[in-house]
Design a protein around this ligand. Structure first.
Ligand code: THU
Length: 131
């Protein structure tokens, strides 16, 4: 599938502006491209009980599943730091659960047109699985 990178990053940036991160003050937006071609977004939602907070990627994946898609073709992540925001370990596993054969992960920071891009299996070479 062709990846609509500009639309993916624009959707992630809109979600980032809606992030709820009063504790870390680090805003993150994520957009996933489902197999239908639709884009699903999420942002980080923190909680005063810190471990209850959720990452942007978790929100975007939950939205994708609720909308009926099951396979992620690409993910765009944008954080409010200067450097590209890379997904945490748990989110790499979350992405892997719904990854296709070549799921691309694109990362950016605020005010950067630069992004790093990688295959999810390069970010998580030894994922957990039940065999
Ligand atoms: N965060 C994300 O939402 N996604 C990432 O890829 C990295 C980190 C959030 C979690 C927490 O709300 C804040 O950023 C600081 O870690």
């Amino acid at each position: 599938m062709d990846i609509p990178l500009d639309a993916l990053f624009e959707a992630a940036a809109v979600a980032r502006e809606r992030a709820y991160a009063p504790y870390s003050k680090f805003l993150v937006g994520a957009a996933v491209l489902g197999e239908s071609g639709r884009i699903h977004v999420g942002c980080n939602v923190e909680n005063v009980a810190y471990p209850v907070g959720t990452c942007a990627e978790a929100g975007a994946i939950a939205a994708m599943i609720a909308a009926g898609d099951r396979t992620i073709s690409a993910v765009a992540i944008t954080g409010s730091g200067e450097t590209p925001c890379l997904p945490c370990g748990a989110c790499r596993q979350r992405i892997m659960e719904f990854a296709g054969s070549d799921t691309r992960v694109y990362c950016s920071g605020i005010n950067t047109v630069y992004y790093s891009e990688s295959d999810i299996s390069a970010l998580l070479p030894a994922s957990f699985s039940i065999s």
